[in-house]
Design a protein around this ligand. Sequence first.
Ligand code: FPP
Length: 234
Amino acid sequence: MMTRTFHIPGHVAIIMDGNGRWASARALPRFEGHREGAKAVRRAAEAAIRLGIQTLTLYAFSSDNWKRPKAEVSALLLLFRHYLLTEIEECRRQGIRLSIIGRRDRLPGDLIPLIESAEGETAPGSRLHLRLAVDYSSRDAILNAARNARTREEFTAVLGPDVDLLIRTAGEQRLSDFLLWECAYAEMVFLPLPWPDFGEQSLREALAAYGRRVRKFGALPEATAGRALEYASS
Ligand code: FPP
């Protein structure tokens, strides 16, 4: 068997898109797509652990998703509640530390103690930091950070680590107000498949694409930098 090794990104963020299209393609209600999408969340977390990723941030509900029909918003919040009620024990068992990022003041009140106990109970987890973005807007997060943070380091401390690899499923190629500051130097990989079909193979595919990228952070790749120096001094 051929084994391939890739440089593993520390922080992977995913825009989980295409639940609705997945459902429509099967003549199912959109809710079924979200339900199937919740299963893919677990698959992604397990795959991230196996592949040695340290932090995985998933976009579960954007602040703009409140604009969707009430029934769909309720269905998404119901899935989130179900996730908090049923997955915590599994997270603990697997060493997953769970954090919820985003606003909490507009969420149904009964979710808050569930979020707090999920975060508290999984806090010792050290194999994967799983961050779920709920009622999340990156612009709002940056505005909030700017109230206290003054330096880049302080912003990073408030917002979270820089993203190494940003994945979006279902073909769209935009950031949709997700981790705008943290993605300053992220490599982006857009996969055509809808989120409910996402699994370990998809993550491996994205990591392979990431492994082929040359990250420069505005500088020059090492080999080229060496040549540039020779050229400058000749
Ligand atoms: C985008 O698909 C997906 C969302 C708006 C919600 C993501 C939610 C989940 C994956 C399930 C719940 C999550 C947890 C953590 C339990 P879309 O509806 O915009 O798809 P479309 O563009 O095909 O219509």
